[in-house]
Design a protein around this ligand. Sequence first.
Ligand SMILES: N[C@@H](CCC(=O)N[C@@H](CS)C(=O)NCC(=O)O)C(=O)O
Length: 207
Amino acid sequence: MLTVYHLVNSRSDRIVWLVEELGVDYELIHFERDPKTGRAPAALQKLHPFARSPLVRDGELLLAESGAIIETLAAKYGAGTMAVDPTEEEYPRYLHWLHFAEGSSMFQLVLGMFLSGELGGDAHALAPTVQAGLQDQFRYIDGELASREYLVADRFTAADLIMAFGLIHAHNQERIGDCKQIEAYVARLTARPAYQRAVQRMINPTA
Ligand SMILES: N[C@@H](CCC(=O)N[C@@H](CS)C(=O)NCC(=O)O)C(=O)O
């Protein structure tokens, strides 16, 4: 059976949601953060040398890094719907969003959280610069969603799933400004039954 090592309030939310979308049987191992440092506990850090969440075990394979996990599981269990095939016209666009999520989007979001003092400490002088960059990012995504329900290929794919984590967080923190398309997109994604099941499973990991 697939094992998802889930750290509370982390990118592993994506993987719990993904396995619910895929309808795969899985065991959820839940880890709390260290109350003082907010970091992953030693038990999770010992599992893999990268010492971060998400982590997934599928048979002999222990895999880290959201994008790699999502691509692997979507290809293996996705029955051609969650992943976009290289033969589909929008494949390059699919790759763009898969890589944009961790390569550009999360980098700016997490930097913004550190510099604004959201994670403790004083706000940094560069916080407004990073916030301006984030607003550019949100406007870009909002524009892309103006004529589409989903980011790629006229259907819900792994590109939406990987992008959603940061957008849901930013939306909950009221940081997306006047981006109405993102607001509607987040509502659409979080209404999905598999998303709702994932939230329940993260609250009650042994259910
Ligand atoms: N790019 C990596 C980032 C992994 C990452 O930084 N995970 C954070 C949670 S969102 C973590 O495990 N933090 C715990 C720590 O820093 O100790 C991915 O997408 O998997």
